[in-house]
Design a protein around this ligand. Structure first.
Ligand SMILES: [Ca+2]
Length: 273
């Protein structure tokens, strides 16, 4: 393999890695609920609501989250804790459909569990709608808890809501509009601390393992290419040596013939003598 080809392949591999980095990474795990309830935790103000992942009404893929509060009003949500950077812009987005959600209150929405920060206020009956909101973390933020939610603090409702394709992405620049988050309270508002932290470390482990595999695959390809290159060089040099040996043999034979010729010529007169 020629060095130029090797160089080209290495550049291609680096480009592939960079293109993955360039994509907007969803900081939420299982945001499309294709892995069931994995990573999400049910969290309700009181009993009476059901939270499920099924194929009843999906926006994409095969499954979506459905929260149902049939009779007693409630504030029910599926939550996931995510690590964030301080003083950084983020966008939370997703798709929500509803059925008979109590009007006149905050209906179905996606939210940050701190404060009243949310996108969507969908009541009544509706097909899937896209909702989003931008926010900026404070200097004290290292994590946020995201919720797919039917209801809000002081806004208990009944009805049914489906959630799918939720995204939390980091924004590289300041968006046109955003909500600046208040610094987090030191204690007291950690509704599901240990579980959330476990989820975050699982997310980190998953990402790390992914990049280790990509790294190993990259190094493997380079090693393979270098090996093939060396093998080819060896073959070439072996061929060269073989050729040289043949040449030397031929030279020796020629010399020997020449020697014989000389001897005969020299011997000629001797033999005549
Ligand atoms: Ca889905």
């Amino acid at each position: 393999m020629k060095k130029k080809t090797l160089l080209f392949l290495i550049i291609l591999l680096l480009g592939f890695n960079l293109s993955i980095y360039g994509q907007e990474t969803n900081l939420l795990l299982n945001g499309g609920f294709e892995e069931g309830f994995t990573v999400w935790a049910p969290d309700t103000w009181r009993d009476g609501s059901t939270l499920q992942v099924n194929d009843e009404k999906v926006h994409s893929g095969n499954q979506a989250l459905v929260i149902s509060t049939p009779s007693q009003t409630n504030d029910a949500r599926a939550i996931q804790k995510v690590l964030v950077k301080p003083d950084t812009f983020y966008r939370l987005s997703g798709w929500i459909a509803t059925e008979n959600v109590t009007a006149g209150k905050t209906g179905a929405n996606i939210c940050l569990m701190e404060g009243f920060n949310h996108a969507g206020n969908i009541t009544g009956t509706s097909e899937y709608q896209y909702v989003e909101f931008n926010f900026k973390t404070s200097s004290g933020h290292t994590e946020v808890t995201v919720g797919a939610r039917l209801g809000m603090y002081g806004n208990d409702v009944t009805g049914k809501a489906w959630f799918d394709d939720l995204f939390l992405v980091k924004l590289d620049s300041e968006p046109e509009s955003y909500k600046a988050l208040e610094p987090p309270k030191s204690a007291g508002d950690e509704s599901s601390g240990s579980q959330g932290e476990t989820q975050v470390s699982q997310a980190d482990a998953g990402t790390t393992i992914f990049w280790i595999i990509v790294g190993i695959a990259g190094v493997g390809i380079i090693v393979l290419l270098v090996f093939l290159d060396l093998k080819l060089l060896k073959k070439k040099s072996a061929k060269k040596t073989e050729q040289e040996d043949t040449d030397t043999e031929m030279d020796e034979e020629t010399e020997a013939d020449e020697d014989d010729g000389t001897t005969e010529e020299d011997r000629g007169p001797d033999s005549q003598e």
